[in-house]
Design a protein around this ligand. Structure first.
Ligand code: PEP
Ligand code: MN
Length: 339
């Protein structure tokens, strides 16, 4: 950490800051310039709040130079994390993995119809919510256990892995026999108790960025899961809330290369929630692959006008198939492969 003292700081104030830093466990190197003193504090401690120093007398500004996380940082695994599954699929390798399916599991007929079509188009993981976080308590809340059973059956039948959202700790045990990846939704990104429990689980977790979360906050949430011992964490950009109203959320494509630089964890892009509009999903999916996404999460429905959730952002199966064809052209241009 770098502490720049004010030009008017007294020698006594400077000594007080040095003592403060030493008490925090840092070794301090002082540079006295013509105008002001600069303190470089070096140490292993990462759990400090720079504001605690900024408010002390004589301090001008404080800059953190080390990341506030350890395990999710790129230096922990410079070669990158590859999340591997028993069927041979891997996320974080050369192949861009596409996860697709309806927002919610609604019925056997719906799920199997969509699953068959997306599998044929090259999707490797079947998505579908069995527990739905809805903005209104009167909206469809999901089929629960019945939905999980349908997902497993459809995934197995069409040769896809299964991902579904876990909303609370009490659902983890129930979900484990049915899903291959546990999804943490945007609304739960900072549900630290849930993240801690998922740290104990022996299944990959896909962690979505919160609607108003910074990338550092996303990484710190990933740190909660890894700190519990579960290193199979996959991050996901799904759009953030901005002042723009044209789209449901603003899809932050830059989050992809930024996270890939700061962290070794695989990065997913969800252009469905990222835009909220079917006509904007394909362009954002193409951009995500070009920007280096390791996986995509895309909502597809065979009859989106009748979908019980997120119909407007769900692709028709034929649109999804067309998009897959386009992605197969883009992926090799950026050194990646597609199924
Ligand atoms: C979903 O994937 O259907 C979902 C609810 O996503 P998010 O948490 O990103 O809103
Ligand atoms: Mn959805």
């Amino acid at each position: 950490m770098i502490v720049a003292m004010q030009e008017t700081a007294t020698e006594e104030q400077i000594q007080q800051i040095i003592e403060h830093l030493v008490r925090m466990g840092f070794s301090v190197h002082r540079t006295t310039g013509v105008r002001q003193s600069i303190l470089a504090a070096v140490g292993a401690r990462i759990d400090f709040d720079t504001r605690n120093l900024e408010v002390l007398p004589g301090v001008q500004e404080v800059h953190r130079i080390s990341a506030p996380y350890k395990l999710v940082g790129r230096t922990f695994r410079p070669e990158g994390t590859v999340v591997k599954f028993a069927n041979g699929l891997a996320i974080g390798n050369a192949e861009v993995v596409v996860m697709a399916g309806p927002c919610s599991v609604e019925s056997r007929e719906q799920l199997f119809t969509v699953a068959q079509q997306i599998a044929q188009a090259g999707a490797r993981v079947l998505r579908g919510g069995a527990f739905k976080p809805r903005s209104s308590p009167y909206s469809f809340q999901g089929l629960g256990l019945e939905g999980l059973k349908l997902l497993r059956e459809a995934g197995d039948k069409f040769g896809m892995l299964v991902i579904s959202e876990v909303m609370e700790i009490s659902q983890i045990e129930m979900m484990l026999p049915y899903v291959d990846i546990l999804q943490v939704g945007a609304r739960n990104m900072q549900n630290f108790n849930l993240l801690r429990e998922l740290g104990k689980v022996k299944k990959p977790v896909l962690l979505k960025r919160g609607i108003a979360a910074t990338l550092e906050e996303l990484l710190l949430s990933g740190e909660y899961i890894m700190a519990g011992g579960n290193y199979d964490v996959i991050l996901c950009e799904r759009g953030i809330r901005t002042f723009e109203t044209y789209t449901r959320n603003t899809m932050d494509i830059s989050a992809i290369p930024i996270v890939k630089k700061l962290s070794h964890l695989p990065m997913t892009a969800d252009p469905s929630h990222g835009t909220g509009r079917r006509d904007k999903v394909a362009p954002m999916a193409r951009a995500s692959v070009a920007a280096g996404a390791d996986a995509l999460l895309i909502e597809v429905h065979h009859d989106p006008d009748k979908a019980l959730s997120d119909g407007a952002q769900s692709l028709f199966p034929q649109q999804f198939a067309q998009l897959m064809g386009e992605l197969r052209m883009i992926a090799p241009a950026v050194g990646r492969k597609m199924a």
